[in-house]
Design a protein around this ligand. Structure first.
Ligand code: PGA
Length: 254
């Protein structure tokens, strides 16, 4: 059975102390209130990773992740952070290909394929984000966009490495806008994603792949979204900055 995961993406929010208290609250609430088998991943800015990973040490329910990693192993890339450095903090996951990275930092599928390889070589589990813009959906190109993002970003992997990937479907028009995809719209794309994976790696691999939904997910709409057969959890932006809201979303799987 594939893992149910609720991941938080803090983006560029929370100074060091704020991040530590938010994470401590989340860990305590998860301990007290979560009864299911769902897994929680908190993707913080780099500065928090080591401290959060210390707090999460030995915690079977909560892991820590980064939001980006460089494609090179190491070298003269002033200001960048490598996958190896991230792994050395105790973090286990890394978000790659978030639409904000694609849009504001020019990250292409080709570059992301390299980032995926470097992350995997350093034992990080990529949370690989894909999704169409509003313009692409209106032009009825959303399936083609998703197909290309998967093929160019991930399908160079062999089945064993692909098994380490978590996919997050995040329609760009739903991120931070308050407009959520309907559960039917999200489920339609999740089925399509799983079909693409089955075509490439076979049905068993497809059935074992965790596919998250992201984009204005909140405690009110999470229930409907997560009840869909092919939605295995969420990647939560804004609502992950409030421990109560985030843990309420996690508890959808209780
Ligand atoms: P949002 O962000 O929940 O604030 O829409 C989701 C994301 O960007 O991962």
């Amino acid at each position: 059975m594939r893992k149910k995961i609720v991941a938080g993406n803090w983006k560029m929010n929370m100074d060091y102390e704020e991040g530590l208290s938010l994470f401590s609250e989340v860990v305590n609430m998860v301990h007290d209130e979560v009864t299911g088998k769902q897994h929680v991943v908190v993707c913080s800015p780099f500065i928090h990773l080591h401290s959060l990973a210390q707090l999460a040490k030995g915690n079977a329910r909560v892991s820590v992740g980064a939001q980006n990693a460089h494609q090179a192993e190491s070298g003269a890339f002033t200001g960048e952070i490598s996958a190896k450095m991230i792994r050395s903090t105790g973090a286990e996951y890394v978000i790659l290909g978030h639409s904000e990275r694609r849009q504001y930092f020019g990250e292409t599928n080709e570059l992301l394929a390299k980032k995926v390889d470097t992350a995997l070589q350093n034992s990080l589990n990529p949370i690989f984000c894909i999704g169409e813009t509003l313009h692409e959906r209106e032009a009825n190109r959303h399936f083609t966009i998703i197909e290309t993002q998967l093929a160019e970003g991930l399908f160079h992997l062999d089945a064993e490495h692909f098994g380490q990937i978590v996919i997050a479907y995040e329609p760009v028009w739903a991120i931070g806008t308050g407009v959520t995809a309907t559960s039917a719209q999200a489920q339609e794309i999740h089925i399509f994603i799983r079909k693409q994976i089955a075509g490439q790696y076979g049905q068993e691999v497809a059935d074992n792949t965790t596919i998250l939904y992201g984009g204005s997910c909140n405690p009110k709409n999470a229930g409907d979204l997560f009840a869909q057969a092919d939605i295995d959890g969420g990647l939560i932006g804004g609502a992950s900055l409030k421990s109560r809201d985030f843990v309420d979303i996690v508890k959808t799987f209780n």
